[in-house]
Design a binder for this molecule. Structure first.
Ligand SMILES: Nc1ncnc2c1ncn2[C@@H]1O[C@H](COP(=O)(O)OP(=O)(O)OP(=O)(O)O)[C@@H](O)[C@H]1O
Length: 713
């Protein structure tokens, strides 16, 4: 439902329900809402207001003397449902210049106990004519309903006449309805709205109607949702009567403008209703919370305005649409003169102030309606209506601006007051005020339109599915976001791994260079060793020559000592190499165990991923193995050299023995052979690496030496 301030117009949309009456009313039943601002279809001859069309009024006398020229007026919301004729009852004459062109349903109900049994009442009631006139000044007022000052007139009867049609329109057609009781203190407002056990009031009767409809439609395709809120305006504070929060008790709720409902009260309790009993119990609790006190005029006077709101949502499953409507039932505090209690006077001041504000708003609306009825194109909406002068008018603003059908029940005292309560003639004055207020309210014309039903769009199942899909999309979005975040992090780790790869590349480059350098070193070492070997060979050759030439002992001894020196150095170098090889082998082992450990860890980390051999590590291991192999080769060479040297040493010793026994050259070959064989045996013992490369001791030599050289091949 969207709320729009409706401009005042000369007749209510409800007037479209009025039919031509036998009395000459020509309001046509158009079947559609009239165009805002359009004048009703009225014949020139019909400008006089027709007499009442109600059957029992047909014979009633026409309003008498001093009758103001009657004007045509639209029917009220109640007219259509009043049974039989739909035309409004005639507007009776009124000597004062009070226009009656309104469509708000206004009813008058006197308090039956307000007439002094021994004093004549100053007012005449004409129940048939729905009029009331003052006996003294002959002023007469006519309304939609004037009830008798009779205790037998039940709330139910008053409700049927003044309220039930609005409730029906609220229930069946989506109209908002506002019913309020207005009148002097003690005149019977609360009695009418709340009622008593034996005579339930409007609230209970409306709830009965609502639940009757809800229950009778329980098997149909119509579903209802009902919410209730209950507030009071006490000393210009809006108080939630249904609040269960003790801390919020008495706190002033704020009113906010609302595009849907005109205004709304922020934070008011509005529970879902599931049963009539629950609703009645809630209202009873609210009634208990309402401020009441004893005054000079009423033992249980309401010191606040109360507004009970029932919000009904009607869901049509077939058309998959819903319609909202609000029924507001207001029990206003009574206007009153100063009472004896100071606190009551203070409350009374607030009450009177807000009632004055309501009265002013009604006057203005009424005046606008009169103007628009008499002028062709008035701009009623431009008129300032002081709704904001009080909380009451602020809350009633949407209703008074045309969003709601309105029924006002004005309760009055028929007596003149009593001297005991210092209210002599006060009642007459108050009743006059009430009647004027009621008359002006009745003059107000509004174009009230029903709330539009809005399509729910989708069936509940589809809505559920949509909701599920929406949730799935949300979940997927979150997952996507997580993945993106993860990828962002992976990007960082990729960068890191890129850095690592670059580092590894550098390492492998360096290792490559290192390997080349090592190779060079090894090559050079080999060359050196070769040179040394050649030197040895050279020396051996020299030795052979020596042996062959028979040089002197001294010179050969120098040469031999040089050879021994060389031999020692080579031995030392060989030890160095061996220790280096050991070191490398240890490192290799260590590296192997580390690799197997890290591979084991990787396997346990990945669990299902097969362990992929690290090519870099493999290459390093291969390099190291190669290095070890080369070193072993070197050692072989060194070993070879050592063997050569050892042989040379033995030869030297042989030479020494030869030189010592130059003349004993003739010693038998057998002993020489034995020596050479022993030498071979030693050679074999010293050989660590198996077969060694032979080297040649050239030059002329003795056959024995030649033979010994051959042994080591
Ligand atoms: N139509 C009625 N029939 C029987 N009793 C009534 C009727 N109207 C009022 N009364 C009685 O008159 C007394 C005052 O009525 P009520 O409390 O309803 O007045 P009120 O307008 O609400 O007053 P206030 O503004 O001070 O709250 C009550 O005891 C109530 O029972």
């Amino acid at each position: 439902m969207s709320y729009q301030k409706t401009p005042l117009r000369s007749r209510s949309s409800l007037g479209s329900y009025s039919t031509t009456t036998g009395s000459g009313s020509s309001l046509s039943r158009s079947g559609s809402n009239p165009t805002p601002g359009a004048k009703p279809h009225v014949k020139v001859t019909d400008l006089r207001r027709p007499p009442s069309s109600r059957g029992f009024h047909s014979g009633s006398p026409q309003p008498q003397q001093k009758q103001q020229a009657p004007r045509s007026r639209p029917g009220s919301a109640m007219g259509y449902f009043s049974g039989g004729s739909s035309s409004r009852p005639p507007t009776p004459s009124f000597q004062r210049l009070e226009p009656y062109t309104g469509s708000i349903t206004v009813s008058i109900r006197p308090n039956p106990y307000s007439v002094h049994p021994f004093q004549p009442a100053p007012w005449d009631l004409d129940v048939r004519e729905n009029s009331i006139s003052n006996k003294q000044d002959q002023s007469s007022f006519s309304f939609d309903n004037v009830f008798p000052a009779d205790a037998s007139t039940t709330n139910s009867h008053v409700y049927q006449k003044s309220c039930s049609e609005i409730v029906k329109k609220f229930l069946h057609e989506g109209y908002n309805g506002t019913v309020f009781a207005y009148g002097m203190t003690g005149s019977g407002k609360t009695f009418s709205m709340r009622g008593e056990n034996h005579d339930p009031g409007f609230v209970k009767l409306a709830i009965d109607d609502i639940f009757h409809i809800i229950e009778s439609n329980s098997m149909s395709k119509i579903q209802y949702k009902l919410n209730v809120s209950y507030l009071e305006i006490y000393n210009e504070k809006i108080i939630d009567l249904l609040s269960t929060n003790p801390s919020s008790n008495g706190s002033d709720l704020k009113i906010r403008d609302d595009s849907m409902f005109g205004n709304k009260i922020v934070g008011i309790t509005s529970p879902d209703i599931i049963s009539k009993e629950q609703l009645l119990s809630l209202i009873k609790r609210g009634d208990t919370n309402r401020k009441t006190s004893a005054t000079d005029f009423n033992a249980r006077s309401s010191r606040s305005h109360s507004i009970l709101q029932l919000k009904l949502t009607t869901i049509d499953i077939m058309s998959n649409s819903e319609q909202n409507a609000t029924l507001s039932l207001c029990d206003l505090a009574g206007s009153e003169r100063a009472t004896s209690s100071l606190e009551r006077r203070k409350e009374g001041a607030y009450i009177n102030k807000s009632l004055l504000a309501l009265s002013t708003v009604i006057n203005k609306l009424s005046a606008s309606a009169s103007t628009s009825a008499n002028t062709p194109a008035p701009p009623p909406s431009s008129e300032h209506i002081p709704y904001r002068d009080s909380k009451l008018t602020r809350l009633l603003q949407p209703a008074l601006s045309g969003s709601s059908l309105i029924s006002i029940l004005c309760t009055i005292h028929l007596g003149s007051g009593s001297e005991s309560t210092n209210s002599n003639n006060q009642f007459i004055s108050e009743t006059y005020n009430t009647l004027r207020f009621a008359a002006r309210a009745r003059n107000i014309v509004m174009n009230v339109s029903r709330n539009k039903s809005s399509s729910l769009g989708e069936s509940p199942e589809t809505l559920k599915l949509i909701e599920e899909l929406r949730r799935t999309v949300e979940t997927q979005k979150t997952e996507l976001q997580l993945l993106q975040n993860h990828n962002g992090m992976t990007g960082i780790s990729n960068n890191t791994s890129t850095g690592l790869t670059e580092q590894n590349l550098k390492i492998s480059q360096l290792e490559g260079e290192n390997a080349i350098l090592n190779e060079k070193l090894e090559h050079l070492t080999r060359l050196t060793d070769l040179q040394k070997t050649e030197t040895i060979i050279l020396k051996n050759d020299t030795l052979n020559d020596l042996l062959g030439s028979g040089i002197e002992n001294n010179a050969s001894q120098v040469m031999m000592s040089n050879l021994e020196e060389f031999y020692k150095r080579v031995n030392y170098e060989m030890d160095e190499y061996k220790s280096y090889i050991n070191h490398l082998e240890n490192q290799l082992e260590l590296q192997h165990s580390k690799n197997s450990l890290s591979r084991g860890n990787e396997t346990s980390k990945t669990l299902i991923e097969p362990s992929v051999p690290d090519p870099e590590m493999e290459a390093v291991l291969k390099d190291q193995e190669e290095e070890i192999w080369h070193l072993k080769e070197l050692i072989k060479d060194k070993d070879h050299i050592i063997k050569s040297l050892t042989k040379t040493t033995k030869l030297r010793r042989l030479m020494e023995s030869n030189s010592a026994n130059v003349l004993e050259k003739s010693e038998d070959h057998a002993s020489k052979r034995t020596s050479v064989r022993n030498l071979d045996a030693n050679d074999k013992e010293n050989s660590t690496f198996g077969e060694l490369k032979s080297f040649k001791i050239s030059g002329s030599r003795s056959p024995d030496i030649e033979e010994s050289s051959r042994f080591v091949m």
